[in-house]
Design a protein around this ligand. Structure first.
Ligand code: NIG
Ligand code: FE
Length: 409
């Protein structure tokens, strides 16, 4: 047992199981002032106001007035990649767009070539380092996608690395198969040939080794059409892989409607979004997941978060950590961007990065709030004056100690 005392505020306290927060509820963030938190066997055993704390003679940590937040739930990353792409960053500074660079064989294909030439051990080492880096910024539950392999062997290599990260670290990890991230050059004139490879070679092998929890497709003019996306979602369904789909980063082309019809857990990006698409989300359980670090980094416009929330929908926030559009897994920065660039309130942004992030990767029963019985995954901040101070002080390191399953990192 471990007791944390002298907590300035416990943030995101939920007595009842709350699995998603939508619309105007997103602005409500339940907290306890001057609280205590009791941990037992890696779980949250109790919490409340310090004056009501009955526990004596147990190991106690002094939070020194810092706030306790549930750890971030980052539901969209591509954290397993090889090397970096700062040359493309320099090209964008000179005026080329992200899409132009991708069309010239840069972009995803560039990272795939690099990854294909990297052995599994090196890839594991690079990815492990990134995972601990994001954990130091407060993330303990994370989704990681494949998608920089684009061959049977290399897609499996990425998913095996994710599997090893699941086994060898204390973090809670969900893995997503994104073989449909880009069409490899050798299939440029034979798109269906690559889709057949995904369906007939990659998927059966992944299912045999139980390497994926979800399936993703990059549904976009520069990548896969809606029809191709449907074909891949339906093939995944045969192996019980629920879709989480990249769509509406650049084009409104029906990707959201198709994802909703196929029971997608989330649709991610949504930098462009029309009224019809909002309507289709309203009649679904599909989580709109926004990734503001991507438009920040490639200098594009931000998703219409206000419009989504005002339509009564939920929003999740994630990093999209990847070498091309978002070389950062920094959740506190994502929260600041959400407030500054998408006019989300600090309360909305925190709900989006905790409860709704957990929901967007099927972890609503174990993560995303300070609730009895959930994993003791949380962080303690420096003593801060308010909740809003966290997204307000963008770039500052306010997260002092991160706990995973009751153990300090
Ligand atoms: O989510 N959009 C597709 N995939 C990634 C970026 C891929 C890349 O440029 O390497 C994303 O932004
Ligand atoms: Fe992504």
């Amino acid at each position: 047992m471990l007791l944390i005392k002298n907590i300035g505020k416990i943030v995101q306290v939920r007595e009842e199981l709350t699995s998603v927060v939508k619309g105007s509820e997103m602005n409500h963030l339940p907290c306890i002032n001057k609280g205590f938190l009791l941990l037992k066997d890696g779980k949250i055993a109790d919490f409340g106001e310090e004056k009501d704390c009955q526990n004596k003679n147990i190991e106690t940590i002094d939070a020194k007035g810092g706030y306790v937040f549930p750890a971030w739930c980052d539901s969209h990353t591509h954290l397993v990649f090889a090397g970096s792409r700062e040359k493309e960053f320099e090209m964008r500074i000179k005026g080329f767009t992200y899409q132009e660079i991708a069309q010239q064989g840069g972009g995803i294909l560039n990272s795939a070539k690099r990854l294909q030439g990297t052995d599994e051990e090196t890839l594991y080492e690079q990815s492990l380092k990134r995972l601990y880096e994001v954990a130091s910024m407060g993330t303990t539950a994370i989704e990681i996608k494949s998608g920089y392999g684009l061959t049977v062997e290399s897609e499996l290599k990425i998913l095996r690395v994710i599997q090893r990260l699941k086994e060898n670290t204390p973090f809670t990890i969900k893995s997503t198969f994104l073989g449909a991230h880009a069409i490899p050059l050798e299939y440029k004139e034979n798109r269906q040939g690559y889709i057949d490879l995904i369906i007939n070679e990659m998927l059966p092998n992944i299912a045999k080794e139980k390497l994926a929890d979800y399936i993703d497709v990059f549904c976009e003019k520069v990548a896969f059409s809606v029809e191709e996306t449907i074909q891949i979602m339906e093939a995944g369904a045969k192996y019980d892989l629920v879709p989480k789909i990249h769509t509406n980063q650049f084009n409104c082309m029906g990707g959201i409607q198709a994802s909703v019809e196929h029971g997608a857990l989330s649709v991610d990006h949504l930098e462009v979004l029309n009224d019809e698409e909002i309507e289709s989300l309203k009649s679904s359980e599909t989580m709109p997941c926004l990734l503001p670090s991507a438009p920040f980094f490639i200098n594009d416009h931000f998703p219409p978060a206000r419009k989504i929330i005002e339509a009564g929908l939920p929003v999740a926030l994630a990093t999209d950590y990847n070498p091309g559009s978002t070389p950062s897994g920094n959740m506190p920065f994502v929260l600041s961007l959400a407030c500054i660039k998408m006019r989300m309130t600090p309360e909305e942004a925190i709900n989006a990065a905790t409860i709704n992030g957990a929901k967007a990767m099927g972890l609503e029963n174990s993560h995303g709030s300070i609730s009895k019985g959930k994993d003791a995954d949380f962080f303690i901040t420096e003593a801060i004056p308010s909740i809003a101070y966290l997204p307000y002080s963008f770039g500052s390191r306010l997260i002092k100690d991160v706990y995973v399953k009751g153990i300090k990192l």
